[in-house]
Ligand binder design. Structure first.
Ligand SMILES: Nc1ncnc2c1ncn2[C@@H]1O[C@H](COP(=O)(O)OP(=O)(O)OP(=O)(O)O)[C@@H](O)[C@H]1O
Ligand SMILES: [Mg+2]
Length: 263
């Protein structure tokens, strides 16, 4: 039993697509300032979990509490308005818009706020976008180019810069560096460490256990549509996590309080 109030507390989260049990009875907990990793094989239910907690899809059952308050987001925009920024595995960016328009989509900066008569402040959005992108180290020649002509890695950096720039409650990254080169991966990891220093809670899905052990406090293991246990990093190791992911290690064999699924 942990005493402080969790930022995010989830109980019994379930999503079935017809006969496919993508996620069943998932329990999860994230404490203030905590960075958590979600690991598991392909198809284990990780992205489904993210889509359910950020309003992309609605669960069949279960409860989600944010700062102790039950929430149910009708859409990803709804979640963003509550300070939850997400970079989805399948990127949700507008191909026909340029970088600043993507970064400020839905929260455009204006000279004066006059509702529909507002005048967009393009200069401010360009400057702030350039500053956000600089944190990822990605090189984009022309910010006014649409995303259509950009590489997967460049697009990923735009999405990560946007999320890191706006998150104030929680940031969720679904395999953020899977499409990135060595240098960009290192920069993204620095951004994540910066969020840790700012005490912004984070959930990262990653297959890269080196990255996981480098970045997070706690590791949650998904297996065949269930969250089977969580392990504090300092009490675990990559071999143990691989054993849990593959089923070679039974989570019941771990000390109960260390593998806790409850808050
Ligand atoms: N919209 C959908 N309709 C039907 N089945 C789905 C849908 N979305 C996901 N699934 C199924 O749910 C299961 C979990 O998928 P999910 O994308 O959550 O896995 P994942 O752990 O993120 O995998 P990966 O590591 O490959 O990204 C899979 O069997 C998948 O085929
Ligand atoms: Mg996934």
């Amino acid at each position: 039993m942990r005493t402080t109030q969790p930022v995010l507390a989830i109980e019994g989260l379930t999503k079935h697509y017809g006969g496919v049990k993508a996620l069943t009875d998932a329990g999860f907990c994230l404490m203030p300032g905590e960075h958590a990793a979600i690991v598991g094989d392909n198809g284990a239910g990780k992205s489904t979990f993210v889509r359910l907690i950020t309003g992309v899809e609605q669960p069949n059952s279960g409860t989600i509490r944010l700062d102790g308050r039950p929430v149910q987001f009708a859409s990803p925009l709804d979640a963003r308005e509550q300070g939850i920024e997400t970079v989805y595995q399948t990127l949700a960016l507008a191909e026909d818009l340029d970088v600043p328009a993507n970064i400020f989509l839905g929260r455009e900066l204006t000279h004066f706020n006059l509702g529909p008569l507002s005048v967009l402040n393009h200069k401010a959005m360009r400057e702030r976008s350039a500053a956000m992108l600089a944190t990822t180290g990605v090189k984009i020649q022309d910010m006014s180019e649409t995303l259509r002509g950009m590489s997967g890695g460049q697009r990923q950096c735009v999405a990560i810069a946007r999320a890191a720039g706006f998150a104030n409650k929680l940031i969720i990254l679904d395999e953020p560096t899977a499409a990135l080169g060595v240098q960009e991966t290192a920069r993204v990891e620095e951004i994540i460490k910066g969020l840790k220093q700012r005490a912004i809670p984070l959930i990262i899905i990653s297959h890269n256990l080196r990255q996981v052990f480098d970045l997070v406090d706690r590791i949650w293991v998904f297996r065949q549509g269930r969250i089977i246990c969580s392990r504090p990093k300092h009490l675990s190791n990559p071999e143990e996590i691989v054993g849990l992911i593959t089923g070679a290690i039974d989570p019941a064999s771990l000390p109960a309080e260390e593998a806790s699924l409850a808050c």
